[in-house]
Write a protein that binds this ligand. Structure first.
Ligand SMILES: Nc1ncnc2c1ncn2[C@@H]1O[C@H](COP(=O)(O)OP(=O)(O)OP(=O)(O)O)[C@@H](O)[C@H]1O
Ligand SMILES: [Mg+2]
Length: 502
Protein backbone atom coordinates (compact mmCIF):
# COMPACT_ATOMS: atom_id res chain seq x y z
CA UNK A 1 0.00 0.00 0.00
CA UNK A 2 1.36 3.40 -0.95
CA UNK A 3 1.18 6.28 1.49
CA UNK A 4 1.58 8.61 -1.44
CA UNK A 5 1.17 8.44 -5.20
CA UNK A 6 1.76 11.29 -7.60
CA UNK A 7 0.77 10.68 -11.24
CA UNK A 8 1.94 12.63 -14.29
CA UNK A 9 2.54 15.87 -12.44
CA UNK A 10 3.32 18.77 -14.77
CA UNK A 11 4.13 22.21 -13.42
CA UNK A 12 5.10 25.18 -15.52
CA UNK A 13 6.44 28.60 -14.68
CA UNK A 14 6.72 31.35 -17.28
CA UNK A 15 9.34 30.01 -19.68
CA UNK A 16 10.19 26.88 -17.64
CA UNK A 17 8.63 23.45 -17.49
CA UNK A 18 9.80 22.60 -13.98
CA UNK A 19 8.00 19.24 -13.89
CA UNK A 20 7.13 17.20 -16.94
CA UNK A 21 4.70 14.34 -16.23
CA UNK A 22 6.51 13.19 -13.11
CA UNK A 23 5.24 10.11 -11.32
CA UNK A 24 6.41 9.34 -7.80
CA UNK A 25 5.25 6.80 -5.22
CA UNK A 26 6.23 6.32 -1.60
CA UNK A 27 5.32 3.42 0.64
CA UNK A 28 4.28 3.58 4.26
CA UNK A 29 7.25 3.19 6.61
CA UNK A 30 9.75 3.93 3.88
CA UNK A 31 12.51 6.51 3.58
CA UNK A 32 12.53 7.54 -0.06
CA UNK A 33 15.37 9.72 -1.33
CA UNK A 34 14.75 12.18 -4.13
CA UNK A 35 17.92 12.96 -6.07
CA UNK A 36 18.73 15.17 -9.01
CA UNK A 37 20.89 18.03 -10.18
CA UNK A 38 20.24 21.64 -9.22
CA UNK A 39 17.07 22.74 -10.93
CA UNK A 40 15.91 19.17 -11.65
CA UNK A 41 12.57 19.90 -9.99
CA UNK A 42 12.88 18.27 -6.54
CA UNK A 43 11.72 21.22 -4.46
CA UNK A 44 8.97 22.04 -6.95
CA UNK A 45 7.58 18.50 -6.76
CA UNK A 46 7.50 18.76 -2.97
CA UNK A 47 5.84 22.17 -3.09
CA UNK A 48 3.11 20.65 -5.24
CA UNK A 49 2.71 17.82 -2.75
CA UNK A 50 2.56 20.08 0.28
CA UNK A 51 -0.11 22.42 -1.09
CA UNK A 52 2.16 25.39 -1.56
CA UNK A 53 1.26 25.21 -5.23
CA UNK A 54 -2.49 24.60 -5.06
CA UNK A 55 -4.55 22.18 -7.12
CA UNK A 56 -5.24 23.82 -10.48
CA UNK A 57 -1.77 25.38 -10.70
CA UNK A 58 -0.37 22.06 -11.95
CA UNK A 59 -1.77 19.09 -13.83
CA UNK A 60 -1.75 15.47 -12.70
CA UNK A 61 -3.10 13.63 -9.71
CA UNK A 62 -2.13 13.17 -6.08
CA UNK A 63 -3.37 10.26 -3.99
CA UNK A 64 -2.82 9.92 -0.27
CA UNK A 65 -3.44 6.43 1.11
CA UNK A 66 -5.28 5.66 -2.11
CA UNK A 67 -7.55 8.67 -2.03
CA UNK A 68 -7.40 11.46 -4.62
CA UNK A 69 -6.62 14.84 -3.06
CA UNK A 70 -6.92 18.39 -4.24
CA UNK A 71 -5.08 20.63 -1.80
CA UNK A 72 -6.03 24.30 -1.94
CA UNK A 73 -3.22 25.32 0.43
CA UNK A 74 -0.69 24.09 3.01
CA UNK A 75 -3.34 23.72 5.70
CA UNK A 76 -5.24 21.22 3.54
CA UNK A 77 -2.07 19.19 3.04
CA UNK A 78 -1.27 19.30 6.75
CA UNK A 79 -4.72 17.98 7.53
CA UNK A 80 -3.95 15.04 5.26
CA UNK A 81 -0.84 14.34 7.36
CA UNK A 82 1.83 16.00 5.21
CA UNK A 83 4.55 18.16 6.74
CA UNK A 84 7.44 19.76 4.89
CA UNK A 85 10.73 21.16 6.05
CA UNK A 86 11.85 23.58 3.38
CA UNK A 87 15.32 24.07 1.97
CA UNK A 88 15.40 27.64 3.26
CA UNK A 89 14.58 27.98 6.95
CA UNK A 90 11.22 29.61 7.58
CA UNK A 91 10.98 30.29 11.31
CA UNK A 92 9.89 33.64 12.71
CA UNK A 93 13.13 35.00 14.19
CA UNK A 94 11.56 37.41 16.67
CA UNK A 95 9.32 34.74 18.22
CA UNK A 96 10.20 32.06 20.73
CA UNK A 97 10.88 28.45 19.88
CA UNK A 98 7.57 27.37 21.46
CA UNK A 99 5.57 30.00 19.56
CA UNK A 100 7.14 28.84 16.33
CA UNK A 101 6.43 25.17 17.02
CA UNK A 102 2.72 25.82 17.38
CA UNK A 103 2.31 28.83 15.10
CA UNK A 104 -1.31 28.93 13.93
CA UNK A 105 -2.11 25.81 15.97
CA UNK A 106 -1.74 27.19 19.50
CA UNK A 107 -3.61 25.20 22.16
CA UNK A 108 -6.59 27.37 23.13
CA UNK A 109 -9.37 27.36 25.68
CA UNK A 110 -12.31 29.72 25.05
CA UNK A 111 -10.19 31.43 22.46
CA UNK A 112 -7.34 32.07 24.88
CA UNK A 113 -3.87 30.64 24.21
CA UNK A 114 -2.83 28.17 26.93
CA UNK A 115 0.80 29.18 27.32
CA UNK A 116 1.67 26.63 30.02
CA UNK A 117 0.41 23.83 27.87
CA UNK A 118 2.13 25.23 24.79
CA UNK A 119 5.52 25.43 26.47
CA UNK A 120 5.07 22.05 28.13
CA UNK A 121 4.30 20.40 24.80
CA UNK A 122 7.11 22.32 23.12
CA UNK A 123 9.63 20.94 25.62
CA UNK A 124 8.50 17.43 24.83
CA UNK A 125 9.08 17.85 21.07
CA UNK A 126 12.41 19.59 21.60
CA UNK A 127 13.59 16.63 23.67
CA UNK A 128 12.57 14.32 20.89
CA UNK A 129 15.06 16.00 18.54
CA UNK A 130 17.74 16.14 21.22
CA UNK A 131 17.57 19.91 21.76
CA UNK A 132 18.23 20.94 25.33
CA UNK A 133 17.05 24.52 25.15
CA UNK A 134 14.22 26.42 26.79
CA UNK A 135 11.16 26.70 24.54
CA UNK A 136 11.09 30.38 25.53
CA UNK A 137 14.37 31.04 23.72
CA UNK A 138 14.05 33.43 20.78
CA UNK A 139 14.81 31.85 17.41
CA UNK A 140 17.31 34.59 16.54
CA UNK A 141 19.63 33.55 19.34
CA UNK A 142 19.97 30.01 17.96
CA UNK A 143 22.58 28.80 15.51
CA UNK A 144 21.47 27.60 12.09
CA UNK A 145 21.84 23.94 13.05
CA UNK A 146 19.64 24.38 16.11
CA UNK A 147 17.07 26.23 14.04
CA UNK A 148 17.01 23.32 11.64
CA UNK A 149 16.29 20.95 14.54
CA UNK A 150 13.48 23.26 15.67
CA UNK A 151 12.01 23.00 12.15
CA UNK A 152 12.13 19.25 12.46
CA UNK A 153 10.49 19.33 15.90
CA UNK A 154 7.79 21.55 14.39
CA UNK A 155 7.07 19.02 11.66
CA UNK A 156 7.00 16.19 14.20
CA UNK A 157 4.61 18.14 16.43
CA UNK A 158 2.14 18.12 13.55
CA UNK A 159 2.13 14.30 13.86
CA UNK A 160 2.64 13.98 10.14
CA UNK A 161 2.60 10.57 8.53
CA UNK A 162 4.23 11.88 5.37
CA UNK A 163 7.30 13.90 6.20
CA UNK A 164 9.30 15.82 3.59
CA UNK A 165 12.84 17.01 4.27
CA UNK A 166 14.41 19.25 1.63
CA UNK A 167 18.18 19.18 2.24
CA UNK A 168 17.80 19.02 6.00
CA UNK A 169 21.46 18.49 6.89
CA UNK A 170 23.07 21.28 4.91
CA UNK A 171 23.64 23.29 8.10
CA UNK A 172 23.93 20.58 10.73
CA UNK A 173 27.00 19.55 12.69
CA UNK A 174 28.11 15.92 12.65
CA UNK A 175 26.39 15.16 15.94
CA UNK A 176 23.19 16.91 14.86
CA UNK A 177 23.19 14.82 11.67
CA UNK A 178 23.45 11.70 13.82
CA UNK A 179 20.45 12.80 15.88
CA UNK A 180 18.43 13.46 12.74
CA UNK A 181 19.32 10.08 11.23
CA UNK A 182 18.21 8.22 14.31
CA UNK A 183 14.97 10.23 14.52
CA UNK A 184 14.21 9.31 10.93
CA UNK A 185 14.97 5.65 11.51
CA UNK A 186 12.62 5.69 14.48
CA UNK A 187 9.87 7.38 12.46
CA UNK A 188 10.27 4.76 9.76
CA UNK A 189 9.63 2.08 12.37
CA UNK A 190 6.50 3.95 13.42
CA UNK A 191 5.23 3.74 9.83
CA UNK A 192 5.89 7.32 8.72
CA UNK A 193 6.67 7.76 5.02
CA UNK A 194 9.63 10.06 4.65
CA UNK A 195 10.86 11.86 1.54
CA UNK A 196 14.48 12.87 1.81
CA UNK A 197 16.16 15.32 -0.57
CA UNK A 198 19.93 15.54 -0.39
CA UNK A 199 23.00 16.05 -2.54
CA UNK A 200 25.05 14.04 -0.05
CA UNK A 201 25.31 10.51 -1.39
CA UNK A 202 26.66 8.87 1.78
CA UNK A 203 23.56 10.07 3.67
CA UNK A 204 21.24 8.90 0.94
CA UNK A 205 22.84 5.47 0.90
CA UNK A 206 22.78 5.15 4.64
CA UNK A 207 19.14 6.10 5.09
CA UNK A 208 17.07 5.46 2.02
CA UNK A 209 15.11 2.33 1.20
CA UNK A 210 14.34 3.61 -2.29
CA UNK A 211 15.79 6.30 -4.50
CA UNK A 212 14.05 8.25 -7.26
CA UNK A 213 16.11 10.31 -9.68
CA UNK A 214 14.76 13.41 -11.43
CA UNK A 215 16.49 15.00 -14.37
CA UNK A 216 15.32 18.13 -16.21
CA UNK A 217 11.87 17.88 -14.66
CA UNK A 218 11.34 14.24 -15.58
CA UNK A 219 11.36 11.12 -13.44
CA UNK A 220 14.22 8.98 -14.72
CA UNK A 221 14.16 5.93 -12.43
CA UNK A 222 13.14 4.57 -9.06
CA UNK A 223 15.51 1.99 -7.61
CA UNK A 224 15.74 0.11 -4.38
CA UNK A 225 18.90 1.04 -2.51
CA UNK A 226 20.01 -2.55 -2.38
CA UNK A 227 20.08 -2.89 -6.15
CA UNK A 228 22.00 0.28 -6.94
CA UNK A 229 25.16 2.22 -5.98
CA UNK A 230 26.46 5.77 -5.81
CA UNK A 231 28.02 5.78 -9.25
CA UNK A 232 24.83 4.62 -10.89
CA UNK A 233 22.72 7.27 -9.13
CA UNK A 234 25.21 10.00 -10.02
CA UNK A 235 25.28 9.04 -13.68
CA UNK A 236 21.48 8.86 -13.78
CA UNK A 237 21.40 12.35 -12.29
CA UNK A 238 23.83 13.97 -14.68
CA UNK A 239 23.04 11.81 -17.69
CA UNK A 240 26.67 10.84 -18.25
CA UNK A 241 29.53 9.07 -16.51
CA UNK A 242 31.47 11.14 -14.01
CA UNK A 243 34.86 9.57 -13.51
CA UNK A 244 37.16 12.15 -12.00
CA UNK A 245 35.66 14.04 -9.07
CA UNK A 246 38.52 16.35 -8.06
CA UNK A 247 40.66 17.88 -10.80
CA UNK A 248 43.68 18.68 -8.60
CA UNK A 249 46.74 20.05 -10.34
CA UNK A 250 50.05 20.56 -8.57
CA UNK A 251 50.82 24.27 -8.58
CA UNK A 252 53.81 26.50 -7.88
CA UNK A 253 52.41 29.32 -5.77
CA UNK A 254 54.25 32.65 -6.00
CA UNK A 255 54.70 35.48 -3.49
CA UNK A 256 52.60 35.87 -0.34
CA UNK A 257 49.48 37.95 -0.95
CA UNK A 258 47.73 37.76 2.39
CA UNK A 259 49.53 37.50 5.68
CA UNK A 260 47.60 37.37 8.96
CA UNK A 261 49.48 37.47 12.28
CA UNK A 262 48.40 37.29 15.93
CA UNK A 263 44.84 37.70 14.80
CA UNK A 264 42.14 37.40 17.44
CA UNK A 265 38.44 38.01 17.10
CA UNK A 266 36.04 38.71 19.94
CA UNK A 267 32.53 37.31 20.09
CA UNK A 268 30.01 39.91 19.01
CA UNK A 269 28.22 40.05 22.36
CA UNK A 270 30.07 37.86 24.85
CA UNK A 271 33.49 38.59 26.38
CA UNK A 272 35.12 35.55 24.75
CA UNK A 273 37.39 35.09 21.78
CA UNK A 274 36.08 33.16 18.78
CA UNK A 275 39.52 33.25 17.19
CA UNK A 276 42.69 33.22 19.20
CA UNK A 277 46.08 34.20 17.88
CA UNK A 278 45.63 32.99 14.32
CA UNK A 279 48.56 33.03 11.90
CA UNK A 280 48.09 32.26 8.25
CA UNK A 281 49.40 33.23 4.86
CA UNK A 282 48.23 32.60 1.33
CA UNK A 283 50.28 32.92 -1.79
CA UNK A 284 49.42 34.12 -5.25
CA UNK A 285 48.06 31.16 -7.20
CA UNK A 286 47.58 28.98 -4.13
CA UNK A 287 44.49 27.24 -2.80
CA UNK A 288 44.42 26.65 0.92
CA UNK A 289 41.72 24.64 2.61
CA UNK A 290 40.52 25.28 6.14
CA UNK A 291 39.09 22.20 7.80
CA UNK A 292 37.46 21.90 11.19
CA UNK A 293 34.25 20.94 12.88
CA UNK A 294 31.28 23.25 12.81
CA UNK A 295 31.78 25.87 15.53
CA UNK A 296 35.59 25.79 15.26
CA UNK A 297 35.60 29.48 14.34
CA UNK A 298 36.30 29.18 10.63
CA UNK A 299 33.37 31.30 9.44
CA UNK A 300 34.01 33.96 12.11
CA UNK A 301 37.63 34.22 10.98
CA UNK A 302 36.87 34.82 7.33
CA UNK A 303 33.88 37.06 8.06
CA UNK A 304 36.11 39.17 10.25
CA UNK A 305 38.85 39.37 7.60
CA UNK A 306 36.11 40.46 5.19
CA UNK A 307 34.92 43.21 7.53
CA UNK A 308 31.55 41.54 7.97
CA UNK A 309 31.76 40.26 11.54
CA UNK A 310 30.34 42.41 14.34
CA UNK A 311 32.89 41.40 16.98
CA UNK A 312 36.14 43.35 17.45
CA UNK A 313 39.36 42.04 15.94
CA UNK A 314 43.01 42.65 16.81
CA UNK A 315 46.26 41.65 15.18
CA UNK A 316 47.96 42.29 11.89
CA UNK A 317 46.64 41.84 8.36
CA UNK A 318 48.95 42.51 5.43
CA UNK A 319 48.09 42.44 1.76
CA UNK A 320 51.07 42.38 -0.60
CA UNK A 321 53.29 43.36 2.32
CA UNK A 322 51.26 46.40 3.32
CA UNK A 323 49.37 46.63 6.61
CA UNK A 324 45.63 47.09 6.01
CA UNK A 325 42.68 47.94 8.25
CA UNK A 326 39.42 46.42 7.11
CA UNK A 327 36.43 47.81 8.94
CA UNK A 328 33.66 47.14 6.44
CA UNK A 329 32.78 45.04 3.43
CA UNK A 330 33.51 48.10 1.27
CA UNK A 331 37.05 48.25 2.68
CA UNK A 332 37.48 44.55 1.92
CA UNK A 333 36.29 44.83 -1.66
CA UNK A 334 38.59 47.81 -2.19
CA UNK A 335 41.49 45.79 -0.79
CA UNK A 336 40.74 43.06 -3.33
CA UNK A 337 39.06 40.51 -1.06
CA UNK A 338 35.88 38.67 -2.01
CA UNK A 339 33.88 36.30 0.16
CA UNK A 340 31.40 33.73 -1.09
CA UNK A 341 29.34 32.68 1.90
CA UNK A 342 27.00 29.89 2.69
CA UNK A 343 24.46 32.43 3.87
CA UNK A 344 23.04 33.48 0.51
CA UNK A 345 20.42 35.80 1.87
CA UNK A 346 22.57 37.85 4.18
CA UNK A 347 25.72 38.59 2.22
CA UNK A 348 25.08 37.11 -1.15
CA UNK A 349 21.99 38.00 -3.04
CA UNK A 350 19.11 40.40 -3.43
CA UNK A 351 16.41 37.83 -4.10
CA UNK A 352 13.94 40.22 -5.72
CA UNK A 353 16.45 41.40 -8.32
CA UNK A 354 17.40 39.55 -11.47
CA UNK A 355 20.40 37.42 -12.30
CA UNK A 356 22.27 40.12 -14.21
CA UNK A 357 21.88 42.77 -11.50
CA UNK A 358 23.05 40.37 -8.82
CA UNK A 359 26.00 39.22 -10.91
CA UNK A 360 27.31 42.72 -11.52
CA UNK A 361 26.53 44.14 -8.08
CA UNK A 362 30.09 44.03 -6.77
CA UNK A 363 31.65 45.21 -10.05
CA UNK A 364 29.56 48.24 -10.94
CA UNK A 365 32.65 50.42 -11.35
CA UNK A 366 34.01 48.21 -14.11
CA UNK A 367 30.86 48.32 -16.20
CA UNK A 368 29.91 51.96 -15.64
CA UNK A 369 31.03 55.21 -17.18
CA UNK A 370 30.35 58.50 -15.39
CA UNK A 371 28.16 56.59 -12.97
CA UNK A 372 25.96 55.12 -15.67
CA UNK A 373 25.83 51.37 -16.08
CA UNK A 374 26.66 50.16 -19.56
CA UNK A 375 23.84 47.72 -20.12
CA UNK A 376 25.61 45.84 -22.90
CA UNK A 377 28.50 45.10 -20.57
CA UNK A 378 26.06 44.04 -17.86
CA UNK A 379 24.37 41.61 -20.24
CA UNK A 380 27.63 40.31 -21.67
CA UNK A 381 29.26 39.56 -18.32
CA UNK A 382 26.29 38.01 -16.64
CA UNK A 383 25.62 35.79 -19.67
CA UNK A 384 29.25 34.72 -19.65
CA UNK A 385 28.98 33.47 -16.06
CA UNK A 386 25.63 31.80 -16.64
CA UNK A 387 27.29 29.86 -19.46
CA UNK A 388 30.51 29.12 -17.62
CA UNK A 389 28.84 27.86 -14.45
CA UNK A 390 25.93 26.30 -16.37
CA UNK A 391 23.48 28.18 -14.17
CA UNK A 392 19.98 26.99 -14.89
CA UNK A 393 17.81 30.05 -15.41
CA UNK A 394 15.29 30.86 -18.11
CA UNK A 395 17.07 34.17 -18.75
CA UNK A 396 19.46 36.59 -17.08
CA UNK A 397 16.45 38.78 -16.39
CA UNK A 398 14.85 36.20 -14.09
CA UNK A 399 14.64 37.20 -10.40
CA UNK A 400 17.18 35.11 -8.48
CA UNK A 401 14.56 34.28 -5.87
CA UNK A 402 12.88 31.95 -8.36
CA UNK A 403 16.03 29.94 -9.11
CA UNK A 404 16.59 26.60 -7.42
CA UNK A 405 18.77 26.66 -4.30
CA UNK A 406 21.92 25.42 -5.99
CA UNK A 407 21.55 27.80 -8.90
CA UNK A 408 21.25 30.74 -6.51
CA UNK A 409 24.59 29.66 -5.07
CA UNK A 410 26.09 29.80 -8.56
CA UNK A 411 24.94 33.41 -8.96
CA UNK A 412 26.67 34.36 -5.69
CA UNK A 413 29.80 32.77 -7.01
CA UNK A 414 29.52 34.62 -10.33
CA UNK A 415 29.14 37.93 -8.54
CA UNK A 416 32.43 37.55 -6.68
CA UNK A 417 34.29 36.02 -9.59
CA UNK A 418 33.39 38.99 -11.70
CA UNK A 419 34.78 41.34 -9.05
CA UNK A 420 38.25 39.91 -9.98
CA UNK A 421 39.52 39.63 -6.41
CA UNK A 422 43.17 39.18 -5.43
CA UNK A 423 42.02 37.05 -2.54
CA UNK A 424 38.98 34.86 -2.93
CA UNK A 425 37.47 33.34 0.20
CA UNK A 426 34.97 30.55 -0.29
CA UNK A 427 32.93 29.47 2.73
CA UNK A 428 31.32 26.10 1.94
CA UNK A 429 31.16 27.00 -1.77
CA UNK A 430 29.54 23.78 -2.93
CA UNK A 431 26.97 23.34 -0.19
CA UNK A 432 23.68 22.42 -1.83
CA UNK A 433 25.38 22.12 -5.23
CA UNK A 434 24.97 18.95 -7.24
CA UNK A 435 27.86 16.66 -8.14
CA UNK A 436 28.16 17.75 -11.75
CA UNK A 437 28.16 21.46 -10.94
CA UNK A 438 30.67 20.93 -8.14
CA UNK A 439 33.11 19.68 -10.70
CA UNK A 440 32.63 22.84 -12.75
CA UNK A 441 33.30 24.96 -9.67
CA UNK A 442 36.51 23.05 -8.95
CA UNK A 443 37.70 23.63 -12.49
CA UNK A 444 36.99 27.30 -12.13
CA UNK A 445 38.97 27.43 -8.87
CA UNK A 446 41.93 25.84 -10.63
CA UNK A 447 41.66 28.36 -13.44
CA UNK A 448 41.54 31.29 -11.03
CA UNK A 449 44.56 29.99 -9.12
CA UNK A 450 46.32 29.66 -12.47
CA UNK A 451 45.53 33.32 -13.13
CA UNK A 452 47.11 34.25 -9.79
CA UNK A 453 44.19 34.53 -7.39
CA UNK A 454 44.95 33.47 -3.80
CA UNK A 455 42.11 31.22 -2.67
CA UNK A 456 40.98 30.23 0.82
CA UNK A 457 38.32 27.55 0.96
CA UNK A 458 36.41 26.52 4.07
CA UNK A 459 34.68 23.20 3.67
CA UNK A 460 33.16 20.56 5.87
CA UNK A 461 33.50 17.98 3.14
CA UNK A 462 36.88 16.41 3.66
CA UNK A 463 37.16 14.84 0.21
CA UNK A 464 36.72 18.30 -1.27
CA UNK A 465 39.38 19.82 1.01
CA UNK A 466 41.76 16.96 0.26
CA UNK A 467 40.99 17.00 -3.43
CA UNK A 468 41.52 20.72 -4.05
CA UNK A 469 43.96 22.29 -1.57
CA UNK A 470 47.70 22.86 -1.86
CA UNK A 471 47.85 23.28 1.90
CA UNK A 472 45.34 22.41 4.58
CA UNK A 473 44.92 24.25 7.87
CA UNK A 474 42.90 22.62 10.62
CA UNK A 475 41.03 24.78 13.11
CA UNK A 476 39.79 23.78 16.51
CA UNK A 477 38.28 26.01 19.20
CA UNK A 478 39.21 29.20 17.37
CA UNK A 479 42.84 28.29 16.73
CA UNK A 480 44.77 26.82 13.85
CA UNK A 481 46.08 23.60 15.35
CA UNK A 482 47.71 21.82 12.40
CA UNK A 483 48.92 22.41 8.91
CA UNK A 484 49.36 19.74 6.24
CA UNK A 485 50.68 19.82 2.72
CA UNK A 486 48.56 18.32 -0.04
CA UNK A 487 50.61 15.13 0.10
CA UNK A 488 50.62 14.70 3.87
CA UNK A 489 46.91 15.16 4.46
CA UNK A 490 44.49 12.27 4.91
CA UNK A 491 40.90 12.14 6.17
CA UNK A 492 42.18 10.50 9.34
CA UNK A 493 44.89 12.96 10.31
CA UNK A 494 42.64 15.94 9.56
CA UNK A 495 39.79 14.54 11.68
CA UNK A 496 42.22 13.73 14.45
CA UNK A 497 43.48 17.30 14.52
CA UNK A 498 39.96 18.75 14.22
CA UNK A 499 38.59 16.77 17.16
CA UNK A 500 41.71 16.94 19.28
CA UNK A 501 41.89 13.14 19.35
CA UNK A 502 45.08 11.14 19.62
N1 LIG B 1 8.70 30.27 -8.44
C1 LIG B 1 9.35 29.96 -9.57
N2 LIG B 1 9.25 30.75 -10.66
C2 LIG B 1 9.93 30.44 -11.79
N3 LIG B 1 10.71 29.36 -11.95
C3 LIG B 1 10.84 28.54 -10.91
C4 LIG B 1 10.18 28.79 -9.65
N4 LIG B 1 10.49 27.80 -8.80
C5 LIG B 1 11.32 26.96 -9.47
N5 LIG B 1 11.53 27.40 -10.74
C6 LIG B 1 12.36 26.73 -11.76
O1 LIG B 1 11.97 25.37 -11.82
C7 LIG B 1 13.11 24.51 -11.97
C8 LIG B 1 13.16 23.49 -10.85
O2 LIG B 1 13.51 24.12 -9.63
P1 LIG B 1 13.58 23.39 -8.23
O3 LIG B 1 13.71 24.44 -7.19
O4 LIG B 1 12.44 22.45 -8.11
O5 LIG B 1 14.95 22.56 -8.36
P2 LIG B 1 15.66 21.58 -7.32
O6 LIG B 1 15.71 20.23 -7.95
O7 LIG B 1 15.03 21.70 -5.99
O8 LIG B 1 17.17 22.15 -7.29
P3 LIG B 1 18.23 22.39 -6.08
O9 LIG B 1 18.99 21.12 -5.91
O10 LIG B 1 19.14 23.45 -6.63
O11 LIG B 1 17.48 22.84 -4.88
C9 LIG B 1 14.32 25.44 -12.02
O12 LIG B 1 14.63 25.67 -13.36
C10 LIG B 1 13.82 26.72 -11.37
O13 LIG B 1 14.50 27.84 -11.85
MG1 LIG C 1 15.65 22.49 -4.16
Amino acid sequence: MYALEMFEITKEFPGVKALDRVSFKVKKGEIHALCGENGAGKSTLMKVLSGLYPAGSYSGEIRIHGQTMRFRNIVDAEKAGIAIIHQELALVKEMTVGENLFLGREPKKFGVIQWDELYYEATRWLQKVGLNISPQTKIQSLGIGQQQLVEIAKALAKQANILILDEPTAALTESEVEILMSILEQLRNEGVACIYISHKMPEVFRLADSITVLRDGKSIATLSRKETNEDQIVSLMVGRELTERYPYVARKPKEVVLEVKNYSVWHKDKPVKVNDNVHLSVRKGEIIGIAGLMGAGRTELVMSLFGAYEGKAEGSVQINGKEVRIRSVQDAIRAGIALVTEDRKRLGLVLGMDVKTNTTLASLKEISKFGIINQNEELKWSQKYVDELKTKTSSIETPVGTLSGGNQQKVVLAKWLMAKPKILILDEPTRGIDVGAKYEIYHLMNKLAQEGVAIIMISSELPEILGMSDRILVMREGRIVREFTHDQATQENIMMAATGGK
